[in-house]
Design a protein around this ligand. Structure first.
Ligand code: ZN
Length: 133
């Protein structure tokens, strides 16, 4: 559970990051902001490509930025879109890798919180590192 201030701060950072989304094909701009348990925040945007499958979502950009700097434990992620879109299946799976209890805040472009869930809510029965035995 984050304080209301931290939750809104995370959402606001995702709103700001969204400006840098590169989405010339879908025009669906996404911003994300990931809070680590160490207190750092990594933002991300969706980045599309003329070769469509080579694009990547904002959530995974934020997660990969954090992981590439040694972070492994996350408290929460805020995801901001025009209409409160939910993370895709691939992002749910990548989030699950690092913890089912990570909070997920879904907000609109004005920073209004629309949904508050956990990764476990988004991906019940997830295949995780434990699944490998
Ligand atoms: Zn995604």
């Amino acid at each position: 559970m984050l304080s209301n201030e931290m939750r809104q701060r995370l959402i606001d950072i995702a709103v700001q990051a969204r400006r840098w989304a590169y989405a010339p094909y879908s025009n669906y701009f996404v911003g994300a902001a990931l809070l680590t348990t160490s207190g750092k925040i990594y933002d991300g945007v969706n980045i599309e490509n003329a070769a469509y499958p080579d694009g990547i979502c904002a959530e995974r950009v934020a997660i990969f930025k954090a992981v590439s700097e040694g972070e492994r434990e996350f408290s929460a992620i805020a995801v901001v879109t025009q209409n409160g879109g939910s993370p895709c299946g691939s992002c749910r799976q990548v989030l699950a890798e690092f913890g089912l209890e990570t909070l997920v805040y879904i907000a609109d472009a004005e920073g209004n919180l629309l949904q508050e869930l956990t990764v476990s809510d988004l991906l019940p029965g997830a295949f995780t590192p434990k699944s490998l035995g």
